[in-house]
Design a protein around this ligand. Structure first.
Ligand code: BV8
Length: 242
């Protein structure tokens, strides 16, 4: 399907765990996904953290350590190239807490569910880069209180980050791209309706039709490292930027 786009158009991209799958990071709801091994209630909620903080720290420590073994893939790189080449407004909103979009060079980037490589002190609110393990035995380098450092990650029941900035971009966008997400988790799963309601053309790029596939004007299916670079090529060509 020929992409209809103008250079002045605004683009909002939403990504989920599927875009990092071919870099070697697990998704959540695939058969071999994260939630097939642990209950999200135990490791990705404030209640789970209050019940057993060391279990939650172990869950995120393992995922943080895994980031050292993976690299951005062609899909991450294609989105960074699109951002660099696009003359109109561009915003990449990711549900992922890995650092692969950042390492691929994306800068107009909102990690709405937080970042694995940051820790936050629940006592003084300090936000710190954090690459090693976290545990309740550690003290906040800023306020020196012990046991107050948590992953800077948005758990279920917590408010995602920069929502005003995201909704402003959705209200303004002409093209909404959703990549590698199952459309299970809100409010992210509601972004396609929000963008479409403001007149945006919506495209789903995913391995298979997601739960929200019927909400999109267009869908292209296959592995992200194939469908995302191809779509970015078509987009740049349609805007005469190739
Ligand atoms: C909130 C960080 C409100 C943690 C995560 C209606 C409205 C509002 C809220 C709710 C609502 N209904 C329910 C809720 C509550 C809840 C929710 O949505 N629950 C779900 C389960 C029903 N939402 C929340 O709690 C959110 N907070 O709403 O706050 C509020 C209001 C006022 C005041 C205070 C609060 C917070 C949600 C954030 C939770 N944190 N992540 C961590 O990472 O450990 S979300 C979690 O799911 C994941 O982390 C991930 O970010 C997210 C989405 O998952 P996906 O990325 O889509 O991954 P998934 O495995 O599901 O799908 C992968 C897809 O990739 C598949 O489609 C697959 O086919 C595809 N794929 C696989 N391989 C490839 C591929 N595609 C391409 N190429 C491949 N190779």
């Amino acid at each position: 399907m020929q992409v209809k786009i103008r250079r002045s158009d605004s683009i909002v991209v939403l990504t989920g765990a599927g875009i990092s799958r071919e870099s070697g990071l697990d998704t959540f709801r695939d058969a071999d996904g994260v939630w097939a091994r642990v209950r999200l209630e135990d490791v990705a909620t404030p209640e789970g953290y209050a019940r057993d903080p060391e279990r939650v720290h172990a869950f995120y420590n393992a995922r943080r350590a895994a980031l050292e073994t993976v690299t951005p893939n062609a899909a991450h790189q294609a989105l960074a190239a699109l951002e660099a080449r696009w003359p109109g407004n561009f915003l990449l909103v990711t549900q992922n807490i890995d650092d692969l979009h950042d390492r691929a060079g994306s800068r107009k980037l909102v990690p709405m569910h937080g970042e694995l490589l940051k820790a936050r002190c629940t006592a003084c609110g300090d936000l710190l880069p954090w690459t090693g393990d976290l545990s309740t035995g550690m003290a906040c380098p800023h306020c020196l209180r012990q046991g107050t450092l948590r992953p800077h990650v948005v758990w279920f029941g917590e408010m995602p980050l920069e929502m005003e900035r995201i909704y402003a971009a959705l209200a303004d966008c002409d093209l909404f791209l959703s990549i590698g997400t199952s459309g299970n988790v809100y409010p992210a799963a509601g972004f396609v309706a929000e963008a479409s309601g403001h007149g945006a053309h919506s495209v789903e790029l995913n391995l298979e039709r997601s739960q929200g596939a019927h909400l999109f004007a267009e869908g292209r299916y296959g592995p992200a490292t194939q469908v995302v670079p191809a779509f970015v090529r078509d987009l740049l060509a349609a805007a005469g930027l190739d």
